[in-house]
Design a protein around this ligand. Structure first.
Ligand code: ATP
Ligand code: FE2
Length: 325
């Protein structure tokens, strides 16, 4: 079955086309703010402007036509309301035009499912860290339980904020990674963990206050070491509690090599396996939405037009998982 997926929850407009055997297309266009963070209206305008071009580009990567699709999937939430509208409108239009089912999927679950598809993971405990979300999830009795999460801002958002204060453009994560690699020195900062939850807001303020007192390299290295250690320690506790032998890292921050190294080391010490999807499937992308649509379609799920409104605060633990992973 062939499914086209539309991702538009935040800065990325992504179009993916997949079937059971192959990821045929995964194209994207990213909104890059001239200054500051993501402006909802400007991001949604970007998505509308690039929609047609990206759909055509995705179709051109396949050896079939859009008429041959079996369903259209879209990110129904969580995300920025104005951006979610773009995906929902596009998906309804395509579904009507080709008279094929519409499937609204949960963006967080799509991050996990594409991680499972593109690695050898089977039933992992997932550390999902991006600009808008930071959670530890585990599938138990038909639902992904959020066993740990940030008590305030997401880790990617914290990296973006610190980078902006240091004078770097959005997204800040890669720049912080590059600066941090320049040194081995770290200074002591607060260690933001509470059981299996973590928090990054206080650590970010603390780092911002030290900008004029500490070299950028040392500051970013210290921030990474403290924030990533807290996230990995929480993941380890969750794995111990769930008796899990597999860890999956996903979301935009999962592209960070120091974070990957820490997860790898922790898993090695517990005799567990660590799984990291290829970079293009860690960050927001259309293929993950198409794949989530595919597995839900195969389990008999569809979304009616009446139920296709955006869900900006849709949590992954609100979804009953009726499909095989
Ligand atoms: P979500 O809707 O799932 O919250 P998102 O909108 O944040 O996703 P993603 O593409 O999943 O989008 O993640 C983007 C985040 O990833 C940004 O905060 C960015 O700074 C961060 N990031 C990207 N590359 C790296 C890196 N190498 N190291 C650390 N963080 C990174
Ligand atoms: Fe995402």
């Amino acid at each position: 079955m062939k499914v086209l997926g539309i991702e538009s929850t935040a800065h990325t407009l992504g179009i993916g086309i997949v079937d059971e055997e192959e990821i045929h297309a995964n194209v994207k266009s990213m909104f890059e703010p001239e200054e500051g963070g993501i402006h909802p209206r400007k991001a949604s305008e970007h998505h509308y402007q690039h929609a047609l071009e990206k759909i055509n580009e995705a179709e051109a990567k396949t050896d079939f036509q859009l008429e041959d699709l079996d369903a259209i999937a879209f990110s129904q939430g969580p995300g920025i309301p104005q951006c979610l509208d773009v995906g929902a409108v596009l998906a309804r239009t395509l579904s009507k035009k080709y008279e094929i089912p519409l499937i609204g999927v949960n963006h967080c679950l799509a991050h996990i499912s594409i991680g499972i598809r593109t690695t050898e993971a089977e039933n992992p405990t997932t550390l999902y860290i991006s600009g808008g979300n930071s959670q530890i999830l585990d599938l138990r009795s038909g639902r992904y339980r959020v066993v740990g999460e940030t008590l305030d801002i997401a880790l990617g958002n914290a990296l973006d904020k610190l980078a902006r204060k240091l004078g770097y453009p959005h997204p800040g994560g890669p720049e912080i990674e590059r600066l941090a690699e320049e040194t081995d020195e770290i200074i002591e900062m607060s260690y933001p963990i509470k059981g299996m939850d973590f928090s990054f807001s206080g650590l970010t303020t603390e780092a911002e206050r030290k900008i004029d007192q500490v070299d950028d390299e040392v500051l970013t290295n210290s921030f990474q070491e403290h924030a990533y250690s807290a996230a990995v320690e929480a993941l380890e506790r969750a794995m111990a509690q769930e008796e899990s032998t597999e860890a999956l890292l996903t979301g935009g921050v999962a592209m960070n090599s120091r974070l990957r190294e820490m997860v790898e080391l922790m898993c090695e010490q517990r005799d567990a396996e660590a799984y990291f999807p290829p970079h293009e499937f860690c960050m927001d992308n259309g293929a993950m939405i198409a794949h989530q649509g595919l597995i839900e379609l195969k389990a008999g799920r569809q979304t009616s037009i009446e139920n296709s409104s955006k869900k900006p605060n849709w949590r992954p633990d609100q979804v009953e998982v009726e499909w095989g992973i």
